[in-house]
Ligand binder design. Structure first.
Ligand code: SAM
Length: 447
């Protein structure tokens, strides 16, 4: 068969026919991250999966105010770190780079001193050199150039999983080395929910795992339909996962299903390995283990998205639809504790954005850009301003919606911060130290 005729369905079917049933995590890894045909590689056709013309939108699509708020938090982190002459923002899973754009806009317009210190690194598993990644790099590059961002201050790196050993030779630099010791923040939005998950089910007090296999009568053709099959846990890590997080799953009724992401903890360790001093900000849907893995949520949280519709069949159309599951933030906190990244705060996106002042900023934007909304309602201009202000308010409401984006969680972790009694702007009462509160000689700004 010619390489160009290969489809992801066929590739997965061949792997199953050759090696036997695969875990759902393996299926998801191929469906989302096969280097050419995977969903996040452009599905073999360079298609952009994100945004209004893609399959789903993220906070960055709703309004630039979201990026403004994150930028404000990053700016305060720089101040808490003592305004170092270099401050690195590393964004794994940067997608189209929409957050980078807003962070730069904020820095240039509101905090020029910070802008001179700022270096922004984007990584993503859309492979370097692929049509999808090249298009993203071109678009972001053009927008940043127009804003006057120095070209050397922003760079794209390969995500470790797609970084070949000869990445340097291909002109794609590898991730920064730990000994370089970054000072700054590792920030991600909706990355962890896109990591492959195992699917499990409780029956009779035992934990089973769902595998992906081929319908038996079609196996010979290598082109059969992919179906689920129950089996024992694929590894001790799966078998003991819920016990690690004290989830009382044995008391749950038969048929209780859930997802287990074994990649989240290694991801956190790897993504933060180079961070010498600073913060990790992880934004996503999910919750602590005990609130995520409840008896009531018996169907799990796996979701499938295509063209802004929620689907129910994760095994169909591999590479052409998104697959995602809620994040167990307890796992990220545990992984952080183990590598010297204690939690500085955990809150909802709504709370985070409100504390950072999105409402006030939206009101300021409205007064500046849509002044006729109140004063000239009887004119065309007044009507237009009124409608635009309504759209702005609707966008803010969408970002704050407790049943939607506002219900996302924000986890802040920190490393190497001196003293105590310091707080992040976006998280109420978040002590940036595990030590008892003591007076500190440390300069405080914005607190
Ligand atoms: C749901 S999208 C979110 C994109 C963007 N952060 C946004 O909010 O619009 C998840 C992104 O994470 C990327 N990704 C997944 N695993 C990754 C990893 N280990 N390192 C870097 N990026 C990763 C995917 O390629 C995908 O573009």
């Amino acid at each position: 068969m010619e390489a160009e005729e290969m489809t992801l369905e066929r590739l997965i079917a061949e792997e199953v026919a050759r090696a036997g049933p695969i875990t759902f995590a393996r299926f998801m890894a191929l469906a989302l991250y096969h280097p050419t045909l995977g969903y996040y590689a452009g599905g073999g056709v360079g298609r952009e999966p994100l945004g209004w013309s893609g399959d789903y939108f993220t906070s960055a699509d709703v309004h630039p105010l979201w990026g403004w708020a994150i930028a404000r938090q990053l700016h305060q982190m720089w101040e808490l770190l003592g305004c170092p002459t270099r401050f690195d923002v590393v964004e794994p899973g940067a997608g189209r780079g929409l957050l980078a754009l807003e962070v730069w806009r904020y820095a240039l317009e509101r905090a020029p001193e910070w802008a001179t210190a700022l270096r922004y690194t984007l990584t993503d598993r859309a492979p370097a050199g692929s049509p999808l990644r090249s298009a993203r790099e071109r678009r972001l590059g053009a927008a940043l150039a127009q804003m006057g961002v120095p070209t050397t201050a922003t760079r794209w790196l390969n995500a470790p999983a797609d970084a070949p050993s000869d990445a340097g030779a291909q002109g794609a630099p590898a991730a920064p080395a730990a000994e370089d010791g970054l000072v700054g923040c590792v920030v991600s939005n909706e990355l962890v929910d896109a990591l492959p998950v195992h699917r499990v089910e409780a029956r009779g007090g035992e934990l089973y795992e769902w595998y992906v296999t081929l319908e038996t009568h079609r196996e010979e053709a290598h082109g059969g339909r992919l179906v689920e099959q129950l089996g024992p846990p694929s590894s001790p890590a799966v078998a003991t996962y819920f016990d690690r997080f004290r989830v009382p799953w044995r008391t749950y009724p038969d048929g209780w299903r859930a997802e287990i992401c074994l990649e989240a903890e290694p991801w956190l360790r790897q993504a933060t390995a180079a961070l010498r001093r600073g913060f990790v900000l992880t934004i996503d849907y999910g919750d602590t283990a005990r609130r995520l893995y409840t008896r009531d949520r018996h169907g799990g949280t796996l979701m499938v998205y295509a063209r802004h519709q929620v689907g129910e069949r994760p095994l169909v159309y591999p590479g052409r639809q998104d697959i995602t599951a809620h994040v167990n933030f307890s796992a990220l906190r545990a992984a952080g504790r183990a590598v010297g990244l204690p939690t500085a705060g955990f809150t909802t996106q709504a709370d985070f954005l409100l504390r950072l002042g999105v409402r006030e900023e939206a009101a300021a934007i409205a007064a500046r850009r849509f002044p006729a909304a109140d004063t000239e309602r009887h004119t065309d201009r007044g009507q237009a301003d009124y409608l635009r202000r309504g759209a702005l308010r609707a966008a803010v409401a969408t970002l704050l919606d407790p049943h939607g984006l506002g219900g996302f969680r924000v986890l802040a972790q920190h490393r190497g911060m001196p003293g105590a009694g310091h707080h992040l702007l976006g998280i109420a009462g978040a002590e940036i130290s595990t030590r008892p509160r003591t007076p500190s000689p440390w300069p405080l700004r914005h607190v």
